[in-house]
Design a protein around this ligand. Sequence first.
Ligand SMILES: *Cc1c(COP(=O)(O)O)cnc(C)c1O
Length: 375
Amino acid sequence: MLLFTPGPTPVPQNVRNAMAAETMHHRTPEFEAIFEKTRKYLFELFATDEVVMIASSGTGAMEAAVINLCHNTLLNVNSGKFGERFGKIAKAQGLSSVEIKNEWDTPVSVEAVVAAVEANSDIDAIAVQISESAGGLRHPVEEIAEAIKKINPEIMIIADGITAVGVERIDVTNIDCLIAGSQKALMLPPGLAILGLSNAAIEKIGEGKGYYFNLASEIKKQRQNTTAYTAATTLIIGLLEVLETIEKEGGFGVLYCNTARRAKATRAALQAIGLHSYPKTPAKSMTTIDDKDASKIRSVLKEEYSVNVAGGQDHLKGKIFRINQMGLIEPYESIWVVNAIELILHRLGRLEYAGLASKVYNEIYFKSALEKKEI
Ligand SMILES: *Cc1c(COP(=O)(O)O)cnc(C)c1O
């Protein structure tokens, strides 16, 4: 079965092997050495002033960011389930919140965020997804962050990069907190989350808030290559293996480039066979198609073509399907996915199968190679 859901994503064989080693105690020089190496890679990946790993799913990191960086009112951008979640976290934590809500195919505009901030001086933090996985859209986070910092540099910008870190290079100049989760672009099992923090964020954190998610306690320990509580040793060992693998394959630049090529080729291939890309600003992390036969396409893909893609949630249940682009994916696997979808459309009587999807994919993905005169 090809796992093509935008989280969890497949864990490479060498990473699974690395995680199969005997359990290591977390308070040992051996583990501290692994922790130190992993941190070094994470500083390169996040490009932030500090990085912190915590044992939780991505939502735990979202909660940690809200608790520690919002002391008054949170502005959350809701263009999908994950954006909505930030508002729910604020509420659960007894914080006030203001929400900008859009349909799940629509990114927030910089102007709307600026207007909301200008209308409410209590807002001291903004939480927004870089890639909102509910509909597969890209929010203009860097532009929002830049505009807000011009109005008030004290406002904390919390960017949920759970389906963006490891997908594309993110400009963190005006971002105070960048969140990643293990089971999406980082190709690991679920259970580890990472926060990249700016110096301004560290200042605001001060003594920290909460107990398990007190980021001040974690920063203090992690600077000494250890954790406040028991580290997720196995996942961190796996993370180091992932980061070393990415380096061996040419580094983050090559990973971003290949991800972008796959996303572009997949979208074009599916559009060529008459399918519609759902989000107005598609993220590179996934390809989202809205279609009346979405649920049928999804189940036939799984049952007869051995491809597992994700569906939609809430009001988009049965109306969309989402194909993962994150991680190290062989192009031949993606080509099989678009080809299988064309075969299904043929069987649904919607077109005459012509191998068009895989042709378009190949042309786009390998275009630069085709243009070379000699091999
Ligand atoms: C998956 C995801 C989350 C939630 O992470 P969990 O690991 O399920 O807690 C948050 N934000 C985005 C954008 C996601 O894709």
